[in-house]
Structures are given as structure tokens and as C-alpha cells.
Design a protein around this ligand. Structure first.
Ligand SMILES: [Zn+2]
Length: 118
């Protein structure tokens, strides 16, 4: 069944994204506590203003990664529920090119643009 195989491919792609996000978080010394991102920083390092700026930059980067991780999770759930690739706004198909570029996309291109303008 073609449909099944496509799903397996999407699943593998999303899982891959998830583990790459996890390893990036891990490399930066970040851990996820529920919805919070914890970043552990050297005590001595944390004193200077430079380190503070760097730390907040790191945290915002980690938060982006974390938000992206949640999106990928949600996409996996939609995949399991059989509604993956369907626009949440208009119910149309999102389209393979867009999903290829952005596996966690929730909206089709035109809804995405409409939302960006709104
Ligand atoms: Zn749409």
C-alpha cells in the first residue's frame, strides 16, 4: 500500500528531526523539564556580562529548538491520527513540496501567508 509506505517515510523523517533536535539540545548542555528548557552553565563562566549575554542567546536558541521539537512531536501525532499533511485551517492538503521542506508544517502555503498578514 503506497499510503502506508509514505507514512513510514514521513515517520522516519520526523523521528530523525526529533533526534537531531535532541542531540543539539544535549550538546549545548540543555535539558527539557516539561515545557521548560534548562541550560546548565559553568558557575565561574556565568559571572561576566559577556557570559550573561551569551547565555541568554543560548537560552533563546534552545527555546527555539524546543518549540520546533514540540512542532515535530505534534506532526508525529497527526501522522498517527491519520491527519498528517492536512491544513489545520482550511482542510486542504498541504502539499508534498512544502512538507518536504518543513515536515512539521501545520498550514498550507496560502493559509500560512494569510496568517502572516493577519
Ligand atoms: Zn490551508
Amino acid at each position: 500500500m503506497a499510503q502506508q509506505r509514505e507514512h513510514a517515510e514521513e515517520h522516519a523523517r520526523l523521528e530523525e528531526q526529533l533526534s537531531s533536535i535532541d542531540s543539539q539540545l544535549h550538546e549545548q548542555g540543555a535539558s527539557i523539564e516539561g515545557d521548560e528548557v534548562e541550560v546548565s552553565v559553568d558557575e565561574g563562566f556565568a559571572d561576566s556580562a559577556h557570559a550573561t549575554a551569551e547565555r541568554s542567546e543560548l537560552i533563546s536558541h534552545m527555546e527555539q529548538l524546543h518549540a520546533h521539537r514540540a512542532e515535530v512531536w505534534a506532526a508525529l501525532e497527526r501522522l498517527d491520527a491519520g491527519v498528517y499533511g492536512i491544513c489545520e485551517r482550511c482542510g486542504d492538503e498541504i502539499g508534498p513540496e512544502r512538507l518536504e521542506a518543513m515536515p512539521a508544517a501545520r498550514l498550507c502555503m496560502s493559509c500560512k501567508q494569510a496568517e502572516a498578514v493577519a
